[in-house]
Write a protein that binds this ligand. Structure first.
Ligand SMILES: NC(=O)c1ccc[n+]([C@@H]2O[C@H](COP(=O)([O-])OP(=O)(O)OC[C@H]3O[C@@H](n4cnc5c(N)ncnc54)[C@H](OP(=O)(O)O)[C@@H]3O)[C@@H](O)[C@H]2O)c1
Length: 250
């Protein structure tokens, strides 16, 4: 797709990957509606930027966001569903609150947004990109709920893509561990390997938008290594499980 003069609705824009992608989109001449729970207090100002606070763990907020974007710009050319979070925990007790929060933000609100994009565009072109994760292929200890949210989204996107018309692009991004507030927010100091920067992930996402790629892998080590050397990743998960057992008490 062409970035310049097109309207992008970007969630999770206040930090990390979303913050870097927002800057790249503005630099490339896009109109951006940037969303998170706290983005209105961000100092960044730009004539093509509108900041909108919204908590997306509620489907009415998603509906309200669509109304807002259509009221302000009259259209949404691309929706980038990037907001997401994780817990890093041992699942020793059933906490329905955790299940509900993580699946609502990481999966349900994104599925709801993708269906709404299809609904408002009918047969006309649009792009819908979502930030999934390498753990949607390879579950990691401590991230069972999170891995599940992203794997569910992967299945949904693969299936929903089959209902798209020409010019309608559903795009899935699979970052590995990325330097952002993501791990800190989960109370986690130990990061899985390999680690990349949010600026790199954002650049790969921008390129993915420009070329309408279906599946976008910011780490070539993961993209090819996981297919060619699956035994290596099995050993790696075994090692991470030992780390998990050491740092998260039973
Ligand atoms: N970092 C990694 O290692 C990694 C790896 C693979 C995939 N990912 C995925 O990449 C995406 C971006 O994460 P990041 O690494 O950039 O983390 P981050 O720096 O923590 O950014 C998360 C963004 O989501 C927003 N957000 C969180 N909860 C929200 C809610 N309830 N409603 C609306 N916005 C909300 C946050 O802003 P507010 O707090 O202002 O709401 C923030 O802008 C996520 O989907 C994550 O799962 C990250």
């Amino acid at each position: 797709m062409v970035i310049k003069d097109h309207v992008f609705l970007l969630t999770g824009a206040s930090s990390g990957i979303g913050r870097d992608l927002m800057s790249l989109l503005l630099k490339a001449g896009a109109y951006v509606i940037a969303v998170s729970r706290s983005i209105e207090s961000d100092d960044l100002e730009h004539e093509r930027l509108i900041k909108r606070n919204s908590d997306l763990t509620d489907h009415e907020s998603v509906d309200e966001l669509f109304d807002f974007a259509l009221r302000t710009h009259g259209r949404i050319d691309a929706f980038i569903a990037n907001a997401g979070f994780t817990y890093y925990e041992r699942l020793t007790e059933a906490s329905y609150d955790h299940l509900e929060k993580i699946y609502t933000l990481n999966t349900l609100s994104i599925i709801h947004s993708a269906i709404k994009m299809k609904e408002i565009h009918g047969e006309k072109p649009f792009n819908f990109m979502a930030t999934l994760s390498a753990v949607s292929f390879l579950s990691m200890p401590g991230y069972a709920l999170y891995s599940g949210t992203k794997a569910a989204l992967r299945g949904f996107m693969d299936g929903f893509r089959l209902e798209m018309e020409e010019g309608q692009h559903l795009q899935a991004v699979y970052p590995v561990a990325t330097e952002t507030k993501f791990f800190e927010r989960a109370g986690q100091k130990h990061k899985p390997w390999p680690v990349q920067t949010s600026a790199h992930v954002a650049r790969v996402m921008l390129k993915g938008l420009e070329t309408n790629r279906k599946n976008i892998f910011p780490s070539k080590i993961f993209q090819y290594g996981y297919k060619l050397f699956p035994w290596f990743f099995k050993l790696y998960v075994r090692r991470e499980t030992k780390v998990f057992d050491r740092i998260v008490p039973k």
